[in-house]
Design a protein around this ligand. Structure first.
Ligand SMILES: *[C@@H]1O[C@H](CO)[C@@H](O)[C@H](O)[C@H]1NC(C)=O
Ligand SMILES: *[C@@H]1O[C@H](CO)[C@@H](O)[C@H](O)[C@H]1NC(C)=O
Ligand SMILES: *[C@@H]1O[C@H](CO)[C@@H](O)[C@H](O)[C@H]1NC(C)=O
Ligand SMILES: *[C@@H]1O[C@H](CO)[C@@H](O)[C@H](O)[C@H]1NC(C)=O
Ligand SMILES: *[C@@H]1O[C@H](CO)[C@@H](O)[C@H](O)[C@H]1NC(C)=O
Ligand SMILES: *[C@@H]1O[C@H](CO)[C@@H](O)[C@H](O)[C@H]1NC(C)=O
Ligand SMILES: *[C@@H]1O[C@H](CO)[C@@H](O)[C@H](O)[C@H]1NC(C)=O
Ligand SMILES: *[C@@H]1O[C@H](CO)[C@@H](O)[C@H](O)[C@H]1NC(C)=O
Ligand SMILES: CC(=O)N[C@H]1CO[C@H](CO)[C@@H](O)[C@@H]1O
Length: 653
């Protein structure tokens, strides 16, 4: 039964929402959903509820958010003297280039060099070029920093210059010259800045280093560690691509999970090791990542921490926990080294430079103050190696908790399966499934006992509309669709209702270079010069920017229904947020009855479209959020458009 005041009339809606409402009211009048809202909050909305899960997949790091433009810049993890070792590089005008195992390499971490041989009798510009990560954006508003190391393995009388350009088919957009001396037999770094004269629309551009053949014929010159950087997010050196970092930041995430995910390590030998990702770039060997391409580790632990600091968000940092995805578990008596490595990693991030050598290393690299860190995840998806996780968790969690009593550690098996000791306080749950699954599981966390255990939904996404294809390579969505995003949003409503035990959540994966990827769909797609936020990105952003600080219970949605909602409030800001998710092909009429007065002037932001619409490189703005004014009353009607996610903002009076 509903009290009489529910029939109070609300003010008119304005704009297209009004039109939709009028049309829809005829259709939906018969199944109007009544929602009573309670004025007493049941639980707080935890500060980390919405965040981002990151690992280097789909060139999300190298060739993605890490702004370095040159691919294979330091010939890391390649087999010298093979054509494959030259990927992304090519010779210009008859030059001979080869990746050599250098007898005097620039560092032990980078044993390979690029050797250029300029044949006798050469004339014209001769040298080599790099194609970047599937293109290089040339922008006349930017100044690029280019650098490389060179040496002559045998002293020569050569006295000339290298010409460094950004060019397309020989048409130079930016050119700089740098002196090169044949007497230089030790490695020497040279740097130039490049300011293009125009901004070609195409990203089919090359970075080239050439010599005047008539002067340089017969010379052999070795090169190492090239770099080409555009301006970066917050001007940080060795930093992030501005457009991608800005897009991520505009989702207003509260945390960033790093460095994986599966990319913590496919094998023991290629596992992520924090200590080879810090310090000078020439000391970073890189590693074969889990997703089929070399990780330069230019985006190393310090860069991840700067990312969090620059975005003003909290890291959720993983440590490698003795298991690799090829089902290698280290025996218990071999764990000590890796537990110590985890301790050292944590100390690098938060230790005291006066008492800890890794904290002192951090200070020497320019950051004496500890970074923010509260959450540490022990491994990734350890349900795959669940038997060994019993002793790995016991040893890692036991020792790390004692060493860092103020930190909170996250387990990565299925909750309570197997039973772990010490009992995990926090579990990371992952789920990839169909849009229908997420709607059918909108009450997933309601079923969990409230017993001091908290949950991180560290990965989730609707990835196929067909359950049979979820883990196949066919039938995957290429980009999130309105339907998949609305399905996820129904599940997210469940996060808010259960935010007393769900403390953090993140869609995964985060980023995808459309020119080269291993997994689809992803939250944000991009190419060498553009960014394509998906419908799921906008849904995440909508939830993240309309969070509130406390949850107000309301009439429960129907199990397996199509209409979901949650009500939160920020008493300091004096706002009430009502999120509405309609997973139906017809609009849905709703009446909300609030137990307190709100101002009549408010807002509604809506994401809606036909079920299979996606934002993609060809239709980047097919669906974007739209904000309208909305008139509220203590009791008001709202019509949720077909397949939509809405956030209503009302102001307390
Ligand atoms: C909500 O809409 C119904 C159906 O159009 C109408 O009868 C009712 O008066 C409206 N309620 C309010 C509070 O405006
Ligand atoms: C490099 O490869 C070529 C062709 O396969 C071979 O002739 C040469 O000996 C190799 N050089 C080294 C240093 O391995
Ligand atoms: C870049 O270099 C490659 C290899 O030489 C060449 O095939 C390609 O055409 C060049 N692209 C442009 C835009 O100059
Ligand atoms: C580029 O070089 C300038 C001058 O050395 C420096 O101030 C700037 O931080 C550099 N930019 C990047 C992204 O490294
Ligand atoms: C990194 O740490 C491991 C121990 O986890 C150690 O074996 C290795 O030598 C260290 N590497 C460097 C470059 O410090
Ligand atoms: C908490 O509840 C779960 C069921 O949701 C149960 O399996 C687990 O044993 C409980 N843990 C504690 C510490 O009571
Ligand atoms: C929801 O639907 C799914 C799939 O049909 C079914 O397995 C599940 O039991 C339903 N849940 C409820 C609470 O009815
Ligand atoms: C709540 O409002 C306060 C005051 O404006 C603001 O600082 C805070 O960020 C808000 N919290 C959320 C979760 O929006
Ligand atoms: C589908 C796709 O783009 N796959 C590529 C993923 O990246 C590896 C390594 O760069 C390529 O070999 C795949 O073709």
């Amino acid at each position: 039964m509903w009290p009489a005041y529910i029939s109070h009339s609300d003010g008119p809606l304005v704009g297209p929402v009004q039109a939709a409402a009028v049309l829809a009211s005829c259709v939906a009048a018969l199944k109007r959903t009544m929602i009573m809202v309670d004025g007493t909050a049941s639980h707080a909305i935890p500060p980390l509820l919405y965040g981002q899960m990151f690992e280097d997949i789909n060139h999300s790091g190298d060739g993605g958010i890490y702004a370095e433009l040159l691919q294979n810049r330091a010939f890391q993890q390649v087999t010298p003297n093979t054509t494959a070792a030259l990927y992304a590089w090519s010779a210009i005008n008859g030059a001979r280039i080869n990746v050599i195992a250098d007898p005097s390499p620039i560092s032990s971490a980078l044993p390979n060099s690029l050797q250029l041989i300029i044949p006798q009798g050469t004339s014209g510009q001769v040298g080599f070029g790099n194609e970047g990560y599937y293109g290089i954006q040339v922008n006349s508003e930017w100044t690029y920093n280019a650098s490389f190391y060179y040496k002559f393995s045998a002293a020569s009388a050569f006295d000339g210059a290298a010409t460094v350009t950004l060019q397309s088919m020989g048409e130079a957009y930016a050119t700089a010259s740098v002196p090169i001396s044949g007497s230089q037999t030790a490695w020497k770094q040279v740097a130039v800045s490049l300011t293009p004269t125009s901004s070609p629309a195409s990203t089919a551009n090359n970075f080239t280093v050439t010599f005047d053949g008539s002067n340089a014929a017969g010379q052999t010159i070795d090169f190492a560690m090239f770099s080409l950087f555009p301006p970066t997010f917050k001007d940080r050196e060795n930093g992030l691509r501005i457009d991608l970092a800005t897009t991520l930041s505009e989702m207003k995430p509260s945390f960033f999970r790093l460095p994986g995910g599966n990319n913590l390590g496919q094998t023991w030998a290629t596992r992520w090791q924090w200590n080879v990702t810090v310090g000078p770039l020439i000391n970073r060997p890189g590693r074969m990542g889990d997703w089929g391409y070399v990780n330069t580790d230019g985006l190393g632990l310090l860069e991840y921490m700067y990312l969090c600091e620059d975005m003003e968000i909290e890291p959720i940092m993983a440590v490698w926990a003795g298991y690799s995805l090829n089902d290698e578990s280290l025996p218990e008596d071999e764990l000590a080294t890796y537990i110590q490595a985890a301790i050292d990693q944590i100390n690098f991030v938060i230790g005291d430079p006066a008492t800890n050598e890794y904290a002192a290393l951090r200070a020497s690299l320019g950051h004496p103050d500890p970074f923010r860190l509260t959450y540490v995840e022990i491994g990734n998806e350890d349900f795959f190696g669940s038997e060994s996780y019993i002793y790995r968790w016991k040893d890692f969690a036991g020792i790390l908790r004692a060493a860092f009593p103020h930190l909170r550690f996250i387990a990565t098996t299925y909750p309570f399966n197997p039973i772990l000791n010490p009992a995990p306080e926090l579990y990371d749950n992952h789920v990839y499934s169909t849009p229908d699954y997420f709607v059918e599981n909108a009450f997933y966390y309601d079923a969990y006992e409230r017993n001091g255990t908290y949950y991180f939904q560290g990965e989730y996404a609707a990835i196929s509309t067909n359950a049979a294809d979820v883990f196949g390579s066919l039938g995957r969505l290429m980009y999130p669709t309105v339907q998949s995003s609305v399905g996820e949003a129904a599940y997210m409503i469940g996060f808010e209702r259960n935010a007393d035990i769900v403390f953090a959540t993140s869609y995964a994966p985060l980023l995808m270079n459309v020119a080269n990827y291993q997994w689809s769909p992803n939250l944000v797609a991009f190419d060498a010069s553009r960014v394509y936020p998906s419908t799921s990105y906008y849904a995440q952003q909508l939830f993240s920017t309309h969070r509130g600080t406390e949850y107000l219970p309301s009439t429960l949605p129907t199990y397996n229904g199509t209409l979901y909602w949650s009500v939160t409030r920020n008493t300091t800001l004096r706002t009430v947020y009502i999120k509405v998710v309609n997973y139906d092909a017809a609009p849905a009429s709703m009446t909300f009855a609030l137990p307190f007065e709100v101002a009549s002037a408010g807002l509604v932001t809506v994401i809606t479209g036909s079920a299979d619409t996606s934002n993609s490189p060809t239709t980047p703005d097919a669906v974007v959020p739209t904000t309208f004014k909305m008139t509220f009353a203590q009791t008001f009607n709202y019509t949720a458009p077909a397949y939509s996610v809405s956030a209503l903002t009302a102001y307390l009076v």
